[in-house]
Design a binder for this molecule. Structure first.
Ligand SMILES: C[S@@+](CC[C@H](N)C(=O)[O-])C[C@H]1O[C@@H](n2cnc3c(N)ncnc32)[C@H](O)[C@@H]1O
Length: 382
């Protein structure tokens, strides 16, 4: 088969907005080459074993796409015609379910819903021509996930080599009102540079996402450790090599190391949040040994020489922000009075709030928490 990714060995890793640079570093560390950051993602080249490794281990990436075919696509008719010519049955069989995710921008085809529909028709009609039967669509848990990207009237159809988004690590069994996405939490830990040299705490831990990602990073637990091994999209690539995948998985699993007791802890003033964090951490190897308390950070006795990572409330609703000013000020007092020798990385909603902390900010990193533009601020506490 003449597939684009086989010719070029080039893939696209989709990220949350703002995580492109950290994802690029991570992909290079995992063995990707010729990495190039783009909007919400990174292009890279990789041999199959590196592609499998990225899907199994990358912490800051959501999906990895393998382009199958691309073409100029001025109309829906062209999309249908070109897609119908593609040998879909070489990629997956009738008994597999499939789904399509489409993104459309700056093009004559300006509605992703219709683009999805056209591509689905083309796939189904081609199967029908060949076998007199069609595969079913399963929008929730498809076996095969296709990605259609139309930009500037050029279409790229890719196989999603991840399948389900990689942020679904499998440990989140409980949640709070504003949980952070796992990829963002992992990015914050990686950006902090923490490698376990000092204890790490999150004094406003919510459902414990930062703690869970810190634990997985410290213990080298692959990001997809809890995922079913056959649920990755790459098993549908024509050059998929099960032996190579087993070897890559075996090597990554063998690198897992035990948790060092006392290294990570968290607390939250809300009993429900503390319970959620407890339940989530219990899902991860070593997580049961992490202390989680129901506690207001103002009641913490001290956290000297620690790494503090936290995501306080932002107060996006009118009137809430004023109330938060004094809380951010008290957080600054807590740092000053009880956390000497520590470093803090705080994900703040905006400049006004971070100013209330009242301590010198040595680094500001713009990040998006979902659609919200935020800043990760670094504070060295002396
Ligand atoms: C935005 S949420 C954190 C979400 C978390 N990063 C996650 O992924 O689930 C903010 C948390 O701060 C907690 N919080 C607010 N004020 C607090 C205080 N004074 N002491 C401790 N926790 C507090 C809230 O209960 C809430 O769970």
């Amino acid at each position: 088969m003449n597939l684009e990714y086989l010719e070029k060995e080039r893939f696209f890793a989709q990220t949350q907005r703002g995580l492109e640079a950290i994802a690029l570093t991570e992909l290079e560390e995992l063995g990707a080459v010729q990495c190039e950051a783009a909007y919400c993602g990174v292009y890279f080249k990789a041999a199959p074993k590196i592609l499998y490794k990225i899907n199994y281990c990358a912490r800051t990436v959501n999906h990895v796409l393998a382009p199958l075919v691309s073409f100029s696509c001025p109309t829906e008719e062209v999309l249908y015609k070109k897609a119908r010519q593609f040998p879909w049955s070489d990629l997956f069989s009738l008994d597999k379910t499939f789904a399509i995710k489409a993104n459309v921008s700056s093009s004559k085809i300006n509605h992703s819903y219709f683009a999805t529909f056209k591509l689905k028709d083309a796939v189904v009609d081609q199967f029908r021509d060949q076998f007199g039967k069609r595969p079913n669509v399963d929008p929730v848990k498809p076996d095969v996930l296709l990605n259609l990207n139309i930009r500037d009237n050029r279409a790229v159809i890719s196989l999603d080599t991840s399948g389900e988004s990689l942020h679904r690590r499998g440990y989140r069994v409980d949640t709070v009102i504003a949980p952070m996405q796992e990829t963002l939490a992992a990015a914050i830990i990686l950006l902090s540079g923490w490698k376990g040299e000092q204890p790490l705490i999150d004094p406003m831990c919510g459902a414990g996402t930062l703690l869970a990602e810190a634990l997985m990073i410290y213990c080298n637990i692959p990001s997809a450790f809890k995922r079913k091994t056959n649920r990755f999209g790459f098993v549908h690539l024509p050059d998929y090599d099960a032996k190579v995948w087993r070897k890559i998985k075996g090597e990554a699993d063998a690198a897992v190391r035990p948790y060092a007791e006392g290294l990570i802890s968290g607390s939250d003033m809300d009993a429900g949040a503390a319970r959620a964090a407890r339940r989530n951490l219990n899902q991860i190897q070593g997580g049961k040994d992490i202390t989680i308390l129901k506690k207001d950070f103002r009641d913490i006795e001290e956290a000297k020489n620690h790494m503090i990572v936290t995501n306080p409330p932002y107060g996006i609703r009118v009137g809430e922000k004023q109330k938060l000013f004094s809380m951010y000020k008290q957080m600054g007092d807590f740092f000053k009075q009880k956390c000497t020798g520590s470093k803090a990385f705080v994900l703040c909603g905006d400049k006004e709030l971070s100013k209330q902390i009242g301590l010198k900010i040595s680094r500001r990193i713009p990040l998006f928490n979902g659609p919200l533009e935020t800043r990760l601020v670094k504070i060295d506490i002396y």
